[in-house]
Design a protein around this ligand. Structure first.
Ligand SMILES: [Zn+2]
Length: 214
């Protein structure tokens, strides 16, 4: 078993359910290697630092390594308690990987953990700097839906424009992630939430334009 899987998490009052050692909490006991009750926090379960900017390769390697060690075949002759922990840990691990490999889901996960409201209603507010473009877009969308195909070139150019904005949004998010990782604070998280709302708004626009053009 690799040292990584035995890295310890400080946790007062914890003791291994099997051998009773209480020097450090980790997914597998550092003394008897028995699987412990899994933590629900995605970062802690994966044993990675709580960063918004994650290396996809490292995350994937970590996921596969843990998956191998939690494979049900390894637990068939283990006590019932450990078999149950293995199932729970695998389920959390799969959710963790699905969430953390996606930058938007990852940021939403951290925002939620930090007590930010990530409700849907905010995505309906038009970002002020987009008001004019959105107004024109809606006119063109109405014409198109009304059967006026002359709006097509305008919609095609809008699609290009908003797709570029989406790419810019992703680049901006990346920068905000780096700033937050360097100095975690709530102002950075607020900026990230605003960027995510704007991104979502633009993504919805692109979807609407694509449906109208289809
Ligand atoms: Zn133990």
């Amino acid at each position: 078993m690799s040292e990584d899987l035995l890295s310890t998490i400080p946790s007062a009052g914890w003791a291994c359910w099997k051998c009773g050692q209480h020097e450090g909490h980790s997914l597998f006991c550092t003394s008897c290697h028995a699987l412990q009750e899994p933590v629900s926090d995605y970062y802690s379960l994966l044993g990675i630092p709580k960063k918004l900017n994650l290396s996809q390769d490292e995350l994937q390697a970590r996921f596969y390594e843990l998956s191998r060690h939690l494979h049900p075949d390894l637990f068939t002759r283990k006590p019932e308690r450990e078999r149950q922990y293995a199932l729970e840990a695998s389920s959390i691990l799969n959710d963790a990987y699905r969430t953390l490999r996606d930058p938007v889901k990852r940021a939403n996960y951290v925002l939620k953990q930090e007590g930010f409201d990530i409700g849907e209603q905010r995505s309906k507010d038009v970002p002020p700097e987009l008001l004019e473009e959105v107004f024109e877009l809606n006119m063109a969308l109405e014409e198109m839906r009304g059967g006026d195909d002359s709006a097509r070139p305008q919609l095609e150019s809008a699609r290009q424009n908003f797709t570029q904005m989406l790419a810019d949004s992703d680049a901006q998010l990346q920068q905000l992630f780096e700033a937050y990782d360097a100095a975690p604070n709530r102002d950075s998280l607020s900026a990230i939430r605003a960027a995510l709302n704007r991104r979502k708004y633009i993504q919805n626009l692109v979807g609407e334009v694509e449906r109208a053009l289809a």
